[in-house]
Every structure is written in C-alpha cells, then in structure tokens.
Design a protein around this ligand. Structure first.
Ligand SMILES: Nc1ncnc2c1ncn2[C@@H]1O[C@H](COP(=O)(O)OP(=O)(O)OP(=O)(O)O)[C@@H](O)[C@H]1O
Ligand SMILES: [Mg+2]
Length: 400
C-alpha cells in the first residue's frame, strides 16, 4: 500500500484540530503529521515536516490566515495549500484562492468529501508541477557563506545572528551550518545540544533523502535549523570537502536561506561552500593584521576569477579602538565595504552565552546592523549561483 499523504493543519484552536485530525486519519490514505498556528511558524513547520498538503483555517481576522497562505505558497513550495472555512462565502473564497490556495473546503463537510477534495487538490498540483517540468527537490533557497582570513573577526557571531535575524525578520525557513571544524561553536552560541552533526549529513543515503537530512538539524527556539560541527573534534579529519557543496545545495532545497559558518582562512572546505553560494560575505575588522590578510585575500579571489557579484565585504567592529578608522580601513582594502557592523563590546558581553545578541538586545547598534542585512537579504534578489571552478582547480590556500 502507498504511504499515506502527510497533512499539516494550520489552526490555532486545539478542539478544531482534534476533530479534523480524527476525520482525516480515519481514511488511511491521509495522515495528519502536525499542527501549528498562523504566521511564520506555519512555514517553519511546513519546511520541517514536509507535508504533501497544508490545510489553513481561514477565519477572522482573515488577513492573518491569508498572509499565512501567501507565505506558504511563495516561491516553489512542494506542498498543496488548501483553505478551510466554517461556511461558504464568495468573497472569502475569492481572496483565499487569490492568496494562493488551491481550493477552499467547508469545515463541516463529511469526512469522505474532505478526503476526496484534498486528494483532488493534491493531484491537480502534482499535474501542474509535472507539466512545468519543475523538480520539487531542486534548490530554491539561497546559500550565504560567512568567511574570513583572520581568526576572531566575528564570522560565527555574524553567521549565528544573521540566521536568527533572518528567521525573525521574514517568514523564511533558515538553516545554519557550522563548517568550522574541528572547533565550531555555533551550538554553544545558541545553547543547543545536537545529537547529530555535519559528518552524519555527508553520507550518500542522507544526501539522497531530504527527509532524513532534515531530521539531523536541530530547531532552536528562534526557529533556526542548525547542523552542528562534528561533536567529537577527532572525527573532523574524515570530513570530505568534495561533498560539502552537495550538502549545502540539498539544504537549499529544504530552506529558503542556508547560512554557513566557516573556519578561518580559505581552506578546501570554505572553497567548497563558496562554490555553491549565492553570497560570500568576507568578514574583516579594522586591525592592521586583519586588513592586510583581507586585502591579500581579495587580490587572490580576483586573480582566481571569483565572481565579484556574489562577494560582499563586511567590516565588523567598525570604529573599534584599533587606531585604524573605518574610513582608513575601507581605503586600505581598496574594495567597497557593503556592510558595517558596530563595535559593541558591552552588549556582546552582557548578552548571555547561548542567547544571540539580536534576540537578547534587539535595539543595540550591533543588532540593528545585522537586522538591516537580514531585511535586505529577505527582500532583495540574489546574484545567481555561478560555480567558481577556476579557483578549485588551483590549490593556493590562505590559512589563518
Ligand atoms: N561587533 C562586535 N562587537 C564586539 N564584539 C564582537 C563583535 N563581533 C564579534 N565580537 C566578539 O569577538 C570575538 C570573536 O567573535 P567570533 O567568535 O564570532 O569570531 P570568529 O571569526 O568566528 O572567530 P574564530 O576564528 O574563533 O572562529 C567574540 O568574543 C565576540 O563576542
Ligand atoms: Mg568562529
């Protein structure tokens, strides 16, 4: 017998969910795998549970339901979205379909009518996808890699906080991957205790099965899905950088944003991540040593024909007391600085370990700077994912 079709219910009323769950599960061909409330959480759960169908309760205030439907149907979702109303109303029907729902069902229909309508809606979507030739497992998300050629410039701080800000500022589903082996500290910064790590995700059976891959990620209270660095540092030697690109691309089929933290330097691992990234954020601070290395790195990237359209320079801890002003730093780099992040020592110190600063102190300068990046990324189109092969063919490495 075929696997039952997975259903996610978006409805904030527990009694309504229970009765719908009972009606749908009785068929044997449908299985309710979860329920959630309106808003960004609905998209997050849809990305986590990968249902075939999402049923969204359409109720007053209708805008809340319709915004949720819009978020669920934006881009190229793999699930069929259906509205559920208490009684038929022509205007509500029209607005629900315009928001992106494939059909609108009436709540008190018989269990068999609900079942048949859901199957029909799902089949109609499956036909549409087949006709458009779109592969639902194709990557639709954007990969953003944070890298830098000097230790301690703030890659992990920025990767972690950007991922949290993206989840907070948009309804997007966000993954955060810690490629800083062997000592990655993303899990520590977010106070999570993962049982799986990047190494578990690099095997063929996992890379070939999106559902298995998704289960290796830990969802933080902020709504970010984290794939941690190897838990036992000794294992990191076995990390195969040739598979990293495949891993990140698979994650981009599951999440709208995949933020990647990397070790210091241009290692093979970082190169593999940069290869598949839409955006490569090169982080530096206004210190002589960091500026000198970053300048050398920029020249190296230029020589290797790395696409400048996907490279963005980030000046972290701008105006810190290093005797080099932000203006002097920018001049020394000889490359436009796209983002500046305030030096905010006291806020960083006071935000408890395990709580990202954009959450602990959202109004602090550093948080506002990171929120601005998140907002722009969530709204702005990305440069296309162009491979960067000339770089990979050469072996020059700039290490920390
Ligand atoms: N904008 C900022 N203002 C003040 N302190 C900062 C800022 N950004 C980072 N820091 C601090 O700098 C230190 C290094 O930051 P972080 O660990 O993020 O850097 P990294 O580049 O990931 O370092 P590593 O090379 O260890 O991976 C941390 O103590 C962090 O709190
Ligand atoms: Mg780090």
């Amino acid at each position: 017998m075929a696997e039952p079709l997975k259903i996610l219910i978006i409805d904030p009323h527990p009694e309504a969910v229970t009765s719908l769950r009972r009606a749908l599960n009785s068929s044997g061909t449908l299985e309710v795998v979860g329920d959630a409330g309106f808003g960004p959480v609905a998209s997050t759960w849809a990305h986590t549970l990968e249902p075939a169908i999402v049923i969204v309760s359409v109720e007053e205030p209708v805008t809340r339901s319709l915004t949720t439907i819009q978020a669920l149907t934006r881009g190229n979702p793999r699930w069929t979205v259906v509205g559920l109303v208490n009684q038929f109303d022509r205007e509500v029907f029209r607005r629900t379909v315009l928001a992106g729902a494939r059909d609108v069902l009436v709540r008190n229909s018989s269990a068999s009518d609900l079942h048949d309508s859901l199957i029909q809606a799902h089949n109609a979507d499956a036909l549409r996808i087949a006709a458009s030739g779109v592969d639902p497992a194709a990557p639709t998300g954007s990969i953003i890699t944070m890298f830098g050629v000097k230790g301690g410039v703030g890659r992990t701080t920025l990767a972690t906080n950007l991922a949290v800000a993206l989840a907070q500022e948009s309804s997007a589903s966000v993954a955060l991957v810690d490629l800083d082996v062997p000592f990655g500290d993303v899990a520590l910064m977010l106070d999570i205790h993962p049982e799986n790590d990047v190494l578990d995700a690099l095997s063929d059976p996992v890379l070939d099965d999106l559902e298995r891959l998704q289960k290796l990620l830990v969802r933080t209270p902020q709504g970010v899905h984290v794939l941690a660095a190897p838990l036992a540092p000794d294992d990191s030697g076995t990390l195969d950088s040739s598979r990293v690109g495949r891993l990140l691309t698979r994650l981009a089929a599951l999440h709208q944003f995949v933020v990647v933290d990397t070790p210091s330097g241009l290692t093979e691992l970082t190169a593999a991540a940069l290869d598949v990234s839409e955006l490569a954020m090169l982080v530096t601070t206004p210190e002589v040593a960091a500026l000198r290395r970053t300048h050398a790195c920029l020249r190296l990237l230029q020589g290797l024909e790395f696409s400048t359209s996907k490279l963005q320079l980030v000046l972290n801890r701008a105006e810190s007391k290093t005797r080099v002003s932000a203006a002097e730093a920018i001049e020394a780099l000889g490359h436009p600085v796209v983002w500046r992040i305030a030096n905010d020592y006291h806020t960083m110190q006071s935000s408890a370990l395990g709580q990202p600063v954009v959450e602990a102190a959202p109004k602090a300068h550093i948080s506002k700077d990171i929120q601005l990046i998140a907002r722009q990324l969530a709204g702005a189109p990305m440069a296309s994912r162009g491979s960067w092969l000339p770089w990979r063919r050469r072996t020059a490495l700039v290490t920390a």
